[in-house]
Design a protein around this ligand. Structure first.
Ligand SMILES: Cc1cc2nc3c(=O)[nH]c(=O)nc-3n(C[C@H](O)[C@H](O)[C@H](O)COP(=O)(O)OP(=O)(O)OC[C@H]3O[C@@H](n4cnc5c(N)ncnc54)[C@H](O)[C@@H]3O)c2cc1C
Ligand SMILES: CC(C)=CCC/C(C)=C/CC/C(C)=C/CSC[C@H](N)C(=O)O
Length: 476
């Protein structure tokens, strides 16, 4: 028998995590629950576009994997359209020369890869496939409403000790153990880690696999910008957006309409210079909990809620429209230079992680070359200086930058923060310690919604079930 649903739920953060939590909470708790979604910045969070000269470009989370089923479902349910085509040729620069260059001929490419690295790229493909295969089990568990009380338990359910163990070893250790060559690791794997996570192969093995998946073919994005998923979910979940900054959360006893004293959470927030507060039965925190990123204080909890010190990687996205100085990378002049993406190896002298031609959020493919050049997106650790820009470009029209505290600085062994911070207080972004990606936040959101629902109704048999894979394999 179900308990009456909660009256009010608060979600802090309207990124993809918070808005998908609103969507799944509405599905589970029904139409009568009031859901307030607090956002101090823009709806979308790290899914953000930048408008330059009338064109919008993805400045944060930009690509989605074809097997990211939550994102796929949101796009379908919300009636959004997708754009494909992050094609073009890729090269890898080591600070002196291009150590690898793609060819537009599939067969030539294969021969080049085998010539340089033997069958390592095929083996890498199989390594990632195997991890993705196990990862996909989460969708089956969630479609049967199963929830997990910790990130570790969730990952363990996907592939046992070995799968969870990926959090405790560096990608380098994992791949060396699997027999990959130094040359392949330095020239192919390290550049992919740099473009996707701005870090080296010392990140944990799981996020390393996610990053390699982020170099697969078939990647897509939402036409008009990935952040449209967040505004769409906010609307479809019929949540109430409060544009304010949450500063405190405190547990208090309140007397409800029924006359019963009930433990509730007081959420104290600021709108401009005004401080307001409201009471909630359930609270979901959908933002990284650290001073620099959210600055939320948990007041008077017994036992106290731990301080979070996860360090987030500083990354700068810069958009530059201009004529690339192709001679920096190769002896070929610009009209003979056909690479549209250049990744870099782990070389401390390099001041960029990657540079690539981008299309606007409405284009399916990069615009044909114009006199004044393409729009290039550059990832770097630091803000580019004018001298650095002039080294990269013969001439340029504009350079606009967006700095980010982008994703955790990975340093295995990883100990993920708790999902259950207190009785009815949940934390979604602990999942980023395993890997940060849009789909990971959506998975954490679905899990937290299911967990909140089952704990509210006392359905303990739906939480942390072991042997789920075997159990569900035989179910229709
Ligand atoms: C440059 C970059 C490139 C990326 N590329 C990709 C990619 O290609 N593919 C991919 O899958 N992932 C990518 N990611 C990762 C992906 O964007 C994130 O994992 C995901 O967007 C995180 O979503 P979230 O909702 O969990 O957190 P966020 O998007 O950070 O949302 C948290 C929200 O909470 C709000 N907030 C914080 N504190 C408070 C407060 N006190 N009160 C009220 N509101 C508050 C914030 O303003 C923010 O909007 C990229 C990230 C970056 C930065
Ligand atoms: C979660 C799973 C199974 C897959 C996600 C794969 C994926 C899309 C990874 C990308 C992660 C990421 C943080 C990319 C950042 S940079 C993206 C892109 N190269 C760009 O140039 O903007």
């Amino acid at each position: 028998e179900l308990r009456a649903p909660p009256d009010k739920i608060a979600i802090i953060g309207a990124g993809i995590g918070g808005t998908s939590a609103a969507y799944y909470l509405r599905q589970k708790f029904g139409k009568d629950v009031k859901i307030d979604l607090f956002e101090r910045g823009e709806v979308g969070g790290r899914l953000a576009t930048m408008t330059v000269r009338g064109q919008e470009y993805e400045a944060g989370g930009s690509v989605i994997h074809p097997l990211n089923l939550h994102m796929k479902r949101f796009v379908k349910d919300l009636g959004l359209s997708t754009v494909q085509g992050f094609g073009g040729l890729m090269g890898i620069y080591n600070g002196e020369t291009l150590v690898f260059e793609e060819s537009s001929w599939f067969i030539v490419n294969m021969i080049k890869l085998i010539w340089h690295y033997g069958f390592q790229s095929l083996r890498m493909h199989m390594w990632v496939e195997d991890i993705l295969d196990k990862f996909m089990r989460i969708y089956r568990y969630q479609s049967h409403d199963y929830a997990f009380s910790s990130v570790e338990k969730l990952l363990h359910s996907l592939g046992g000790d070995e799968f969870l163990g990926m959090l405790n070893r560096t990608l380098l250790e994992t791949l060396q153990k699997a027999g990959f060559s130094e040359k392949f690791l330095n020239e192919i794997v390290a550049p992919v880690m740099r473009v996707n996570y701005g870090q080296s192969m010392t990140i944990n093995g799981f996020v390393g696999a996610v990053s390699m998946a982020g170099a697969d073919s078939g990647l897509w994005a939402v036409e008009g910008g990935n952040k449209l998923v967040c505004s769409g979910l906010l609307q479809s979940s019929k949540s109430n957006l409060i544009t304010g900054s949450v500063i405190y959360i405190e547990e208090k006893t309140r007397t409800k309409r029924t006359g019963n004293p009930t433990k509730m959470y007081e959420v104290i927030y600021q709108i401009g210079s005004e401080t307001r507060s409201d009471f909630y039965d359930i609270v979901l925190v959908a933002t990284p909990l650290n001073r620099k990123m959210s600055n939320i204080t948990f007041l008077n909890f017994d036992p106290p809620i731990e301080e979070f010190h996860q360090y987030y990687q500083h990354i700068v996205t810069t958009f530059i429209k201009g004529q690339l100085n192709s001679t920096l990378f190769s002896s070929r002049a610009l009209d003979k230079f056909d690479l549209s993406t250049i990744l870099t190896t782990d070389n401390s002298d390099l001041f960029i992680n990657s540079i690539g031609i981008v299309s606007s959020v409405t284009e399916n493919n990069p615009q044909p070359s114009t006199e004044r050049g393409h729009v290039w997106k550059i990832f770097s650790q630091e803000i580019l200086t004018k001298e650095q820009i002039l080294k990269l470009f013969l001439s340029y029209d504009y350079a606009v930058k967006q700095p980010w505290l982008a994703y955790p600085h990975y340093k295995p062994p990883e100990k993920c923060p708790s999902i259950i911070l207190h009785d009815r207080l949940y934390y979604l972004n602990g999942i980023e310690c395993a890997a940060s990606a849009m789909e990971m936040s959506a998975i954490a959101a679905h899990n937290a919604a299911l967990l909140a629902y089952h704990r509210w109704n006392g359905n303990t048999d739906m939480i942390d079930q072991e042997g789920l894979y075997e159990k569900l394999k035989t179910e229709l």
